[in-house]
Design a protein around this ligand. Sequence first.
Ligand SMILES: [Zn+2]
Length: 181
Amino acid sequence: MGMRVTCKYCKSKIEKKNALQILGEKHNTYYCNQECYSKANTEKKAKEIERLAKKQEKEENKQKRIDPVYEEIADIFGYRIANSALFKEMKLWRGICDDTKILAYLQEHKNYIKNKLEQLDSNEYSQIRYVSAILKNSLADYNKTARIEPEKINVDCEIYEPIVSKKKKRRGLNALEDEVV
Ligand SMILES: [Zn+2]
């Protein structure tokens, strides 16, 4: 009987001369056959995918917990969005103005945005794009405007009303979004 090795996948003891040998940098590994080797690789890939998914989930949870802008959006939508499109859009808002302004805008126009969302009969992705279009269309001007007397807010809401809503009536959402972007 020759030298025996252990299959890395199924742990069977096998003759080294019959084993599938995989050369490694530090040490070689052995498998019963191609099938055990393939199964081991599939398992390894699945574990890697699982690891990345967990990592991403952790990142998202972290962002959800500590990000007040995210909290406002969750409040407007009525649930915590996990769609990565939202995080992408949030980055764009942050390119226009700082979090304080974004928060102030969201808080001030929460009912307006909620109402618009309710009128919109579309999927989550379109809803995110729609809300983002409102923000991208409004934040730059909002950024320049100093907020002073609270009683002015109602009047300002009219001024800030995004061009979005007017154009939507005649051109539809997609045309609008292209224009806004
Ligand atoms: Zn095996």
